[in-house]
Design a protein around this ligand. Structure first.
Ligand code: GLC
Length: 439
């Protein structure tokens, strides 16, 4: 069999659970939750390692409780979670033997990754680890002249010979620790490749075969080769070995989902911030609301993709109140409507005008995002629906034949059991779902 087809078939098998689960929690946490200015602050402001050290010396998130986090994720209907083990600043939330720049050397002392994986597994959630390929702390990571390093313009770094291979050894060693010390890991989430370093440069082939040796079932994102900007060869019918198992669009839902030229589905997961920052940013109050986020989750599902929604724990270790509130509101909707998300995919129908469809076999879910005046029209579905119910309360939705719709004989018209001349005046909901049982 063609090696590429084999690779794509294997990736489809590995990602089956992932695509059924649809909804995960992203967690960006580290020293940057203290300065609260975004995890890119050291790069944007050329902050020296020395200056950054003060945050390391005080890191002590005394209110951290992984069990509470896991319970909140589960209640919101999230099925998996991905936590930053090391971000671009190089600070490690795990007890690595290859660095001193780690959580167990801060006043907090506890191995956060260990507590995270145990608590989330205990709630039945799958666990994923984010690992930054970039490292602004490691003394062998290219600094002067790099695109992003805080010391990129610092003449003092000009003649320092940095040995990238040494950094690669460090990086591979750390990934090996993550693969061997924390039990079964479901997702490995690398971030990210860029002009200076792509795929082979990270020794991507060796890295992947090492990862799969320890965790054969694990799924990998595509950023060993790609980034938020371009997803790499996973977009083609000839994915490279390090192309990963799923593409990860960032802050965008692909307009038509993702398929290769030959029409093959590409597994994908879109990640989103709740406000405009990944790390805790107390001054950023521009939050998306829960209705919008629910609709975006529906949109991802309707295009065969997942949503990874980011939480930003504070320097004290808990979630900001507003983020808790958003999670609770999502939980309310998921409690009654998650059947229209889990195990669902793109329907075999064009996108309807009033919202979106998701589908699970004979169950077609009509997400009514824009309530109708008069009957709701389901184009082309006349004679194809056995039964229709409002998903949240099981109440009957009836097929009607309004006298004003005689000109549209192939379309099915439904309403919520009202006289056919009546229009709907509802309290707004994020998304009213009608479950349609197809013949
Ligand atoms: C970007 C940023 C990073 C963030 C990631 C999430 O690549 O570099 O800060 O962790 O997106 O997708």
């Amino acid at each position: 069999m063609d090696q590429y087809i084999k690779r794509m078939n294997e990736r489809d098998q590995r990602t089956e659970w992932f695509l059924n689960d649809r909804f995960g929690m992203f967690l960006h946490w580290g020293l940057y939750s203290i300065h609260g200015k975004n995890e890119w602050y050291p790069s944007d402001n050329k902050v020296s390692t020395k200056e950054y050290q003060t945050y390391f010396e005080e890191f002590n998130p005394v209110r951290f409780n992984a069990k509470e986090w896991a319970k909140m994720a589960k209640a919101a209907g999230m099925k998996y979670a991905v936590l930053t083990t090391k971000h671009h600043d190089g600070f490690c939330l795990f007890d690595s033997e290859f660095t001193d720049f780690k959580v167990t050397n801060t006043p907090f002392k506890r191995d956060i990754i260990k507590e995270f994986v145990e608590a989330f597994r205990a709630e039945g959630l799958k666990v994923g680890l984010y690992y930054s390929l970039l490292d602004w702390h490691h003394e062998e990571y290219p600094a002067y002249g790099d695109m992003y390093h805080p010391s990129r313009d610092d003449e003092a770094f000009k003649n320092k010979n940095r040995d990238f291979n040494k950094y690669l050894t460090y990086m591979h060693n750390q990934v090996e620790e993550l693969m061997t010390k924390y039990g079964k890991i479901d997702i490995m989430w690398f971030d990210f490749s860029y002009k200076d370093h792509l795929g082979d440069d990270w020794k991507g082939r060796e890295l992947i075969s090492m990862i799969r040796k320890y965790q054969p079932h694990i799924i990998l994102n595509g950023r060993l080769e790609g980034s938020g900007e371009s997803y790499g060869s996973i977009m083609t019918d000839e994915p490279q070995e390090f192309a990963g198992d799923f593409a990860c669009p960032e802050m965008i839902i692909p307009p038509q989902g993702l398929t290769t030229k030959s029409g093959r589905q590409i597994p994908w997961e879109a990640c989103f911030t709740l406000n405009n920052n990944w790390g805790y940013s107390p001054n950023d109050k521009m939050y998306k609301n829960s209705s919008q986020l629910i609709r975006k989750l529906v949109e991802c599902t309707s295009k065969n993709g997942n949503m990874l929604l980011n939480l930003s724990p504070t320097a004290k270790g808990d979630f900001p109140e507003i983020q808790v509130k958003i999670l609770q509101e999502i939980a309310e909707w998921m409690k009654k409507s998650s059947e229209s998300i889990y195990n669902c995919k793109k329907a075999d129908l064009p996108k309807p005008e009033w919202g979106r469809y998701t589908q699970n076999g004979k169950k077609l879910y009509a997400h009514i995002l824009d309530e109708s005046i008069g009957a709701i029209c389901l184009p082309g579905l006349k004679g194809k629906v056995k039964k229709a119910r409002v998903l949240s309360d099981g109440s009957e939705v009836v097929a009607i034949s309004p006298w004003v719709a005689k000109e549209f004989p192939d379309d099915l018209f439904i309403n919520y059991g009202l006289p056919e001349w009546m229009s709907f005046t509802f309290e707004p909901t994020p998304d009213r779902v009608i479950e349609l049982e197809l013949i």
